[in-house]
Design a protein around this ligand. Structure first.
Ligand SMILES: Nc1nc2c(ncn2[C@@H]2O[C@H](COP(=O)(O)OP(=O)(O)OP(=O)(O)O)[C@@H](O)[C@H]2O)c(=O)[nH]1
Ligand SMILES: [Mg+2]
Length: 252
């Protein structure tokens, strides 16, 4: 078993997609040997920038990832994507949609995409996400994007997992801002109003900025930007990428 995980890790570091997929199954399903594998993966951890995209179902997180991937690739970055899959908690084809939307990138050898079953609550982030991240770090990811509907009330907080948390809302969810859980407001480093091609965008932006004004200043001096974007029209994406990079620089 020891030699198996040794050669598996070697292959992962050579960006072998099959080995990476195999290792992800071992750590997320806690198959035999997962502890040994996790131990061997650990030295690769901690260097890569983890970006969490959270927000209500249908706000366009997967669509945004789909548009962000080519921008990361243009910067010659290697990217891992983990989608916390709500379809195990809700019936329906939510993940199928994600998959169809994102899968054209799966042919790119510098991009690795994987879904993880959510546990318990809808969008609840499974503890196995930490192991999955270690695998994608060994794969050489410069960025790991984690998509989840979960925010601050889940088994694992997205803020515990990601360095940068972007909260994605939309104009059509305007009322949601009033109802937005305090946790979600507080953990986000970047606010994204997607579907800015829709009417009501200005009201949503204003509501969000007002709500943010009521929050205490972030302790580390970071000013949380509110960014209108449209995944559909491919507008505002470079600004979102820049905000993620700025936040990462701010942290380090
Ligand atoms: N008008 C408009 N529609 C969009 C935009 N971005 C995404 N959509 C649509 O919104 C719907 C949901 O998009 P997804 O990307 O699947 O949203 P999601 O947040 O990943 O959804 P879940 O994974 O189910 O939580 C799809 O029908 C998209 O085509 C946008 O910028 N403008
Ligand atoms: Mg999605």
């Amino acid at each position: 078993m020891i030699s198996t995980s040794h050669s598996l890790v070697q292959k992962i570091t050579q960006s072998d997609h099959a080995a990476t997929a195999r290792a992800l199954s071992i750590v997320t399903d806690e198959e035999a040997g997962y502890e040994e594998l996790s131990r061997r993966l650990f030295p690769f951890s901690g260097k890569c920038h983890k970006i969490g995209l959270c927000g209500p179902p249908g706000s366009g997180k997967s669509s945004l990832i789909n548009e962000l991937l080519p921008l990361f690739r243009a910067q010659n970055l290697r990217v891992g994507v983990l989608v916390v899959d709500p379809s195990s908690a809700m019936s329906g084809g939510a993940f199928l949609g994600d998959r169809l939307r994102i899968q054209r990138h799966a042919l790119d050898e510098r991009i690795f995409i994987r879904s993880l079953a959510s546990r318990g609550r809808v969008g609840g982030i499974p503890a196995s996400i930490f192991g999955a991240i270690h695998v994608l770090e060994a794969f050489g990811s410069d960025k790991i994007i984690i998509e989840t509907t979960g925010t601050g009330q889940d088994e694992v907080d997205i803020a515990e997992v990601a360095d940068t948390v972007a909260y994605v809302t939309t104009p059509s969810l305007g009322d949601e801002i009033q109802a937005m859980k305090a946790g979600a407001m507080e953990i986000a480093d970047i606010f994204v109003v997607n579907k800015a091609d829709l009417a009501d965008k200005d009201k949503t932006l204003a509501d969000l900025k007002k709500a943010l004004g009521l929050l205490p200043e972030s302790t580390n001096g970071w000013k949380r930007p509110v960014l209108p974007v449209s995944a559909k029209l491919n507008e505002g994406l470079p600004g979102l990428l820049q905000a993620c990079a700025d936040h990462w620089r701010h942290l380090s």
